[in-house]
Design a protein around this ligand. Structure first.
Ligand code: SF4
Length: 379
């Protein structure tokens, strides 16, 4: 399990090694065709790499186009409940917040699916929940997946960490991918941000990725929340190490990464411990692409429109559009409390036009459920 692997890495030591990287280390990592290791990644996210941003951008674009062409895979998130038993100090959905809790009924869920299909020809759906295993647990998620099948061809979930058996069960309900943000790999500080509830169990969360791999989940998404740890370079380096660990152990699985920057209205009074600038976000995006040519890099509507459009030409391969972050936000409860306020408020059609203007090709369908049936039969 990765929690054991992680014990080999000391947070302060990794931070020191990142800041000790030099121009020579960066130039070595930027040799075209080099298979970068984690030391190279540290160099690429270090301050020493900041003067090399243009070179990094060119290399990132080249690797991205070689592997993905000019396509951008489009997806849409749907929050089906804001009920949560956790107490993440940066989130408005935390259990102590006296707010209206919504668990969409089956009829409401279908109404949301239909409303999304009226927005754009989305086929990639991300079903999102808070973490309430009793009121909105695996049977509820399974039902939402069953109801989604007539409308979407690729179903992913972003829910509480589950057991291997539960991930395997949801695969039989059409679940093709799981996204889970570790939030931070700094074990010493993790419980400052996650003091109570099941999310306070660092091991259970960080090992959920192993359980996904063991359950044969086709696609695994990872992320750290930028704004928690001052040393975001260390957090992202830990995630890169985690990614390589997972690829080594679960090589049939496809991976995606995300670097969500904390948005103002999601923090519920929490003051971010760091601000990552647009240039720094670009740097880590290029670093990740140079480190890993195959990983999907996802930008959500947290990021501003102009930045998303530009980065779509330089390394990003997956994007959401027209997102609502409140449960039932597309049709049923458009006024409910959102988890965070999005930055890119364009319609899906506007995003599509903008991407095409940059020479990208937005792709609405890139998976079919029949592919997974084949896997299940042969597996
Ligand atoms: S971040 Fe997720 S788990 Fe934490 S309180 Fe918010 S909804 Fe619940």
């Amino acid at each position: 399990m990765f929690s054991e692997e992680l014990r080999k890495y000391d947070w302060d030591d990794v931070t020191t090694r990142i800041y000790a990287k030099t121009e020579v280390d960066v130039r070595r990592a930027l040799i075209p065709g080099r298979r970068c290791d984690i030391e190279d990644f540290m160099a690429l996210v270090s301050p020493a790499a900041e003067p090399f941003l243009e070179t990094m951008a060119r290399l990132s674009r080249r690797y991205t186009e070689e592997r993905f062409g000019r396509t951008i895979s489009m997806f849409v998130p749907l929050y089906i409940t804001n009920s949560c038993t956790n107490s993440c100090v940066y989130c408005g959905f935390h259990v102590a917040n006296k707010m209206k809790r919504i668990i969409l009924t089956e009829e409401e869920i279908v109404n949301e699916y239909r409303a999304i299909k009226r927005l754009a020809p989305f086929e990639n759906l991300l079903i999102v929940t808070g973490e309430n295993p009793v009121k909105a647990g695996v049977p509820y998620i399974a039902r939402a997946l069953d109801l989604a099948k007539p409308y979407f061809s690729n179903l992913k979930i972003e829910v509480m960490p589950l057991s291997t058996e539960e991930y395997a069960e949801l695969r039989h309900h059409g679940m093709n991918g799981v996204i889970c943000f570790q939030e931070t790999y700094n074990r010493a500080n993790y419980n400052l941000y996650h003091p109570r509830g099941m999310k306070s169990n660092f091991e259970w969360r960080v090992n959920s990725f192993d359980r996904m791999g063991q359950a044969g989940v086709h696609s695994i998404g990872m992320g750290v929340l930028i704004g928690l740890e001052q040393e975001w370079r260390t957090d992202i380096t830990m995630m890169a190490g985690h990614l390589r660990y997972l690829q080594h152990h679960y090589w049939r699985t496809k991976y995606s990464v995300n670097f969500p920057r904390m948005r103002p209205s999601e923090n519920g009074g929490f003051r971010p411990n760091c601000i990552m600038t647009d240039r720094q976000l670009a740097q880590v995006t290029f670093a990740m692409r140079i480190f890993d040519h195959d990983v999907d890099i996802s930008y959500s509507t947290r990021e501003p429109a102009a930045l998303r459009d530009h980065m779509a030409t330089l390394g990003v391969t997956t994007m959401s559009a027209a997102s609502k972050t409140e449960p039932g936000g597309y049709f049923t409860y458009p006024q409910a409390l959102e988890q965070f306020h999005v930055s890119d408020e364009r319609t899906a059609a506007e995003v599509e036009i903008a991407l095409k203007a940059t020479g990208r090709e937005p792709v609405w369908k890139d998976w079919d459920a029949s592919f997974d049936n084949t896997t299940l039969i042969s597996g």
